[in-house]
Design a protein around this ligand. Structure first.
Ligand SMILES: [Zn+2]
Length: 82
C-alpha cells in the first residue's frame, strides 16, 4: 500500500527519506531518516501506515520515558528505536 499522488498539489511521489520534528511533553524531538514518499513538486512527505505506527510508537515510548535521546546527536533518533 503506497500513496500515489500528492494530495496537496497532485505532484508525483518519490521514495526517499525525510526527517520530522515532533513535540512530546513540551520537548522538541527530531526523528531522522524516516522512509517516506516525497512529493517532487512541493516536498510534502507521506508515510505508509507501518511507518506512521512506528512514529506513534516512538512518541508513546518517549512519553512513557522508555526512550532516552542520543545525547551526542542532540536529541535525534531514528526509527530503529521503534
Ligand atoms: Zn505536492
Amino acid at each position: 500500500m503506497k500513496p500515489e499522488k500528492c494530495s496537496l498539489c497532485k505532484g508525483k511521489l518519490r521514495r526517499g527519506v525525510t526527517d520530522i520534528v515532533v513535540e512530546v511533553e513540551g520537548r522538541i524531538i527530531s526523528i531522522k531518516e524516516i522512509p517516506a514518499y516525497i512529493c517532487d513538486e512541493c516536498g510534502e512527505a507521506y508515510f505508509t501506515p507501518e511507518i506512521s505506527r512506528k512514529i506513534d510508537n516512538i512518541m508513546k515510548k518517549f512519553h512513557e520515558s522508555k526512550l532516552s535521546l542520543h545525547p551526542i546527536e542532540a536529541g535525534e533518533l531514528t526509527l530503529a528505536e521503534a
